[in-house]
Design a binder for this molecule. Structure first.
Ligand SMILES: [Zn+2]
Length: 372
């Protein structure tokens, strides 16, 4: 993840912290100090948040180390202000294994609660009244927060762990993509319930949770449906092979003519001294035309190189790359030669064709997984 600093490496897994998280800590120190005219108050509030995030790291390690037992590597764990994210290279294939991986995170919080209770940490007085909780001591507060983490993560809705638990249970009986769709719908029903409660003014935060759950559920269902649909499809099947490439000395006028003559919007362009193709997007072309007219050189307005994928690579990973780089297309190479372009639009068309032909679209999925 970009804008993250590596904090440590635990059991071979790098742990990153996102810069927004550091701002949160700094803000807590400053706000706590100003509010109470007392630096130690600010520092103790920040220390509590650090302890809380320590618990979050342990929760993520619970997922990651359980996944490792099933032979699945974790590429990293990142701390964000909203929580932690572990990026698993994939989910284990068997639903029973995904079930254990999902349960392992909340189980860590349950263990922390049990340990705190064993060490005689009292429950904060007036549990549930948030005012009381804010003024409770360090350890009682940590206890309550772990109870909350375990309970919240077990809500049976994506993107929470409980959503995965539900999906895994359903997937023992149903195909994976259908189990995911069903689990996502159940999560969205819950989101509507949260939303209504939030709107009724009981707890406005429920409204944010509702939105978070709704979006998370939809994203998971779509991602799984897409991966299931693309299973067994190679980059070669999905790429465009008929496209125009501009030469290094082509003018903007020629690019404009090609744009008008066909449906291609973004043109790969060979740039002197760079072995990979650059791209002239339609927006670049328009800004070039307004600045230099038809005689301007296209290459002057194609600053960025097109990301490259090998034709033998994984299609789902290429789609992730395509989305994360915010680029219109990828160039597909085979032994150093550009053989095609990959665009989201074309992959969408391929999915439509496959759906229309009724080709099988189910089975387990492959590709990276994020777990909270
Ligand atoms: Zn989790």
């Amino acid at each position: 993840m970009s804008w993250s600093w590596k904090l440590a490496r635990v059991a071979g897994i790098p742990i990153y912290v996102h810069w927004t998280f550091l701002i949160l800590i700094a803000w807590l120190v400053i706000a706590g100090t100003l509010e109470n005219n007392n630096v130690s108050q600010g520092i103790s509030e920040a220390a509590f948040v650090l302890a809380l995030f320590g618990c979050v790291v342990l929760h993520e390690l619970g997922h990651a180390l359980t996944a490792r037992r099933f032979g699945v590597k974790t590429s990293d764990i990142t701390l964000l202000p909203i929580g932690g994210v572990a990026r698993l290279e994939r989910m284990p294939e068997k639903p029973s294994q995904e079930l254990l991986v999902a349960l392992a995170g909340p189980a860590v919080n349950v263990v922390i609660v049990a340990l705190l209770l064993i060490f005689d940490v009292p429950l904060p007085a007036g549990v549930g009244a948030s005012q009381e909780l804010v003024h409770a001591g360090f350890w009682p507060k940590l206890l309550m927060v772990n109870v909350f983490l375990a309970a919240f993560n077990l809500l049976p809705a994506f993107p929470m762990d409980g959503g995965r638990v539900l999906r895994a249970l359903l997937a023992m009986r149903l195909p994976y993509a259908r189990a995911t769709r069903l689990a996502a719908n159940i999560g969205q029903m819950m989101a509507i319930g949260f939303g209504l409660l939030g709107l009724s003014g009981q707890a406005p935060i429920l409204l944010f949770i509702a939105i978070f759950v709704w979006i998370g559920a939809e994203a998971e269902a779509q991602q799984v449906a897409e991966r299931a649909a693309l299973k067994g499809v190679s980059i070669r099947d999905a790429m465009i092979t008929e496209f125009h490439t501009l030469d290094a000395d082509d003018t903007l006028g020629r690019a404009a003519d090609l744009l008008l003559a066909g449906t291609q919007q973004d043109f790969p362009i060979a740039v002197d001294g760079d072995p990979v193709l650059h791209v002239l997007t339609r927006a670049d072309l328009m800004s070039g035309l307004s600045q230099r007219g038809r005689d301007g050189l296209a290459r002057d307005f194609a600053p960025s190189a097109l990301p490259t994928v090998e034709s033998s690579g994984s299609l789902s990973e290429s789609l992730t790359l395509l989305r994360s780089r915010n680029t219109p297309c990828l160039q597909v190479v085979d032994r150093g030669q550009v053989v095609g372009l990959l665009t989201l639009e074309n992959v969408g068309e391929l999915l439509m064709v496959r759906a229309a032909l009724g080709e099988p679209q189910d089975g387990s999925v492959e590709g990276g997984e994020t777990i909270y």
